[in-house]
Design a protein around this ligand. Structure first.
Ligand code: PMP
Length: 381
């Protein structure tokens, strides 16, 4: 098997699994219980929080554990908008955001907020200047992802952070899911007011993630009940899940220099290969994270290409995992100005630090042998 769908999910690391199973039985108490077992579970949770803060250059009290980045993004968007609605009801987002941001702001729009979606320039870039132009007197929130999950494009999250320093009334949220472990990520240097991370994209477990939030006193909860997670996220905490997520984060951060250089090499090999293939258009920009390359074979449906490679136990994906069961065409590529035949034939190859040069070699061979044979869609030339 050759697994090249690491932007959708990664295989859990052995050390992460060990941390989870060990902590699940050794610290099974409820962190809110007053007795020793509760205290031990609570101490494990706080230790994980402290470590996460250190790794991301944030303060311990700013780290909230969540069920993943979808929850983190929804909490950041809705929790911020509701907390600030008396100051203004305008939100600015990049149009390339993940559905967990785009659908959350679409919900706000239905509830009476104004939303400006900043589209990329011709070259696929959303610039700090275009975000600035979208700001209004009543803007309370700006969202910008660090790395796009479909093309790997690195967005100017730091430049936007720098620009927004002059607007302290505006909360700045960064989705860093596809950036962690691939490019340097620091809550401090990005200049964000909140940051989302998902563990299962970095060899951690599904259902665990983090939201780093500068001032949780200005955040309206989505869940109501107990006073867990600074009163922001009611419900019994998951100390073993938090410890495992932070173990994955620690490994991603410490392995990043070596793994990113390795993935970059493989990514360049893929780019060279695709440039020579006449059926292929490369959709990823040069300025991209090391783990993603997105290409189209106009006239050939993306899902047919994915299934043809699957026959050889090679796993890649169409668009992103979150939208591939909803639509066959890439809304990100359409936003970037791609025509229909490019958008509906886009496939994503995504690497991890564990992907080997041999696997990339076999992938290229299999591509040569199968993809040109994939039947052209009706009407294609
Ligand atoms: N943001 C981005 C950029 C993502 O790639 C994903 C996962 N596809 C998410 C958010 C959602 O993360 P989760 O699966 O943890 O909900």
């Amino acid at each position: 098997m050759i697994y090249l769908d690491n932007s959708a999910a990664t295989i859990p690391d052995e050390e992460v699994l060990k941390t989870f199973t060990k902590a699940s039985s050794a610290y099974f108490g409820n962190p809110s219980s007053l007795h020793k077992l509760g205290g031990e579970a609570s101490a494990l949770l706080e230790k994980a929080r402290e470590k996460a803060a250190e790794l991301l250059e944030a303060e311990q009290h700013q780290v909230l554990f969540t069920s993943g980045a979808t929850e983190s993004n929804n909490l950041a968007v809705q929790g911020t908008a509701y907390a600030r609605q008396n100051r203004g009801k305008h939100v600015v987002v990049s149009s390339l955001e993940h559905p967990s941001i785009l659908e959350a702001v679409a919900y706000l729009e239905r509830e009476g907020w104004d939303v400006t979606r900043v589209s990329p320039q011709m070259n696929g870039d959303v610039t700090a200047q275009s975000v600035k132009r979208a700001l209004r007197e009543d803007t309370v929130l700006v969202c910008m992802m660090h790395v796009n999950n479909e093309t790997g494009a690195i967005l100017p999250a730091e430049e936007v952070g720098l620009m927004l320093k002059r607007y302290p009334r505006i909360h700045y949220h960064v989705d860093a899911v596809q950036a962690v472990g691939k490019i340097p990520v620091s809550f401090r240097t990005i200049g964000a007011d909140s940051l989302s991370i998902s563990a299962h994209k970095i060899h951690g477990l599904k259902g665990t993630g983090l939201l780093v939030y500068r001032d949780t006193r200005n955040l309206t909860p989505l869940f109501f009940g107990g006073a867990q997670e600074s009163g922001i996220r009611a419900g019994t905490e998951n100390p073993a899940g938090a410890a495992a997520a932070v173990k994955a984060l620690r490994l991603a951060v410490s392995n990043r220099p070596e793994h990113a250089a390795h993935m970059r090499d493989l990514n360049v090999q893929l780019e060279t290969f695709f440039k020579e293939r006449k059926e292929v258009v490369i959709n990823s920009p040069a300025q991209r994270a090391p783990h993603i390359i997105n290409v189209s074979c106009p006239g050939r449906k993306a899902e047919t290409v994915v299934h043809a490679l699957e026959q050889r136990e090679i796993y890649i994906s169409t668009t992103s995992a979150c939208s591939s069961r909803v639509s066959n065409e890439s809304s990100v590529l359409k936003e970037m100005g791609a025509d229909q035949s490019v958008a509906e034939s886009a496939v994503r190859i995504s690497l991890s630090g564990r992907t080997t040069a041999e696997e990339i070699g076999s992938f290229m061979k299999a591509w040569e042998q199968t993809v040109p044979e994939v039947t052209l869609a009706k009407g294609a030339k």
